[in-house]
Design a protein around this ligand. Structure first.
Ligand SMILES: C[S@@+](CC[C@H](N)C(=O)[O-])C[C@H]1O[C@@H](n2cnc3c(N)ncnc32)[C@H](O)[C@@H]1O
Length: 231
């Protein structure tokens, strides 16, 4: 299962307090503290920051290891292990969020449409949906393979990112002291924003689209940020 090994190293690899603050400020531009369901919450950094600001958080992730990391950070949040494509166990919320490339783990267009419908069904009237996606530029960028090597807690790791057509591939290798190598292979799909907006508009009014938090609309950059309101 992806993230089962990565979970122990996730914060060491990507945790960034300034970025967490930027995510929180982006959300708080559009809503007061409210009830929120966070999908694919990972190690719970943004979840915890929102809870500290007064949001009533429920949070879900597919990886039980990620949920374990998240639970250690914030006992006030209700964390669930499960698949964001099936929200049948949840009630409705003032807001739903799916942050930091998590949406890109949905690999199929039909799945994306069903996901938006699932989010729609779990929002209160006029509820808000916050999510981001990798930009189209990332596909171009990773045509040249990205490679990172390093050491966390005496474990050497390698992280490579490549792309082909509309898929970004991320490969992680962790070299254990006993000689074992644990690998994870991740696939993320990048969708054309024109297609995304078409599907979103079946369920939502799109209130805001930005690139990299501060550029209006679809522009050059790493991520597109969407704020949508339930129709
Ligand atoms: C890049 S991490 C982002 C985590 C977190 N949102 C953050 O801001 O750091 C992607 C997360 O998506 C989760 N994920 C991927 N597919 C999922 C699915 N179908 N349902 C729930 N979580 C999923 C992974 O387990 C992982 O924790």
């Amino acid at each position: 299962m992806i993230y089962d090994t990565l979970a122990s190293y996730y914060d060491a690899l990507v945790k960034d307090d300034q970025a967490t603050q930027a995510w929180v400020e982006w959300i708080e531009e559009f809503t007061e503290p409210c009830s929120m369901l966070e999908l694919a919450c990972g190690s719970g950094e943004i979840t915890h920051a929102l809870a500290q600001d007064g949001f009533s958080m429920n949070a879900l992730d597919l990886s039980s290891e990620m949920i374990e990391q998240a639970r250690k950070k914030d006992r006030s949040v209700s964390f669930y292990c499960g698949d964001m494509r099936d929200l049948s166990q949840f009630q409705t919320y003032d807001a739903v969020a799916c942050l930091c490339d998590s949406f890109n783990y949905l690999l199929d267009k039909a799945e994306v449409r069903l996901f938006f419908k699932e989010v729609f069904d779990h929002l209160n009237p006029h509820g808000l949906f916050f999510f981001d996606t990798h930009s189209l530029d990332r596909i171009e960028e990773f045509k040249n393979e990205y490679n990172e090597t390093g050491r966390i807690d005496n474990i050497d790791y390698q992280w490579s990112i490549t792309s082909e057509e509309d898929i970004i591939y991320q490969d992680f290798a962790f070299y254990q002291a006993n000689g074992m190598v644990i690998q994870e292979h991740h696939m993320q799909r990048v969708y054309d924003p024109a297609w995304l907006e078409e599907v979103l508009s079946e369920f939502f009014d799109i209130l805001s689209v930005r690139t990299d938090f501060d550029k209006k609309g679809i522009d050059s950059g790493e991520k597109y940020f969407y704020v949508c309101k339930k129709k």
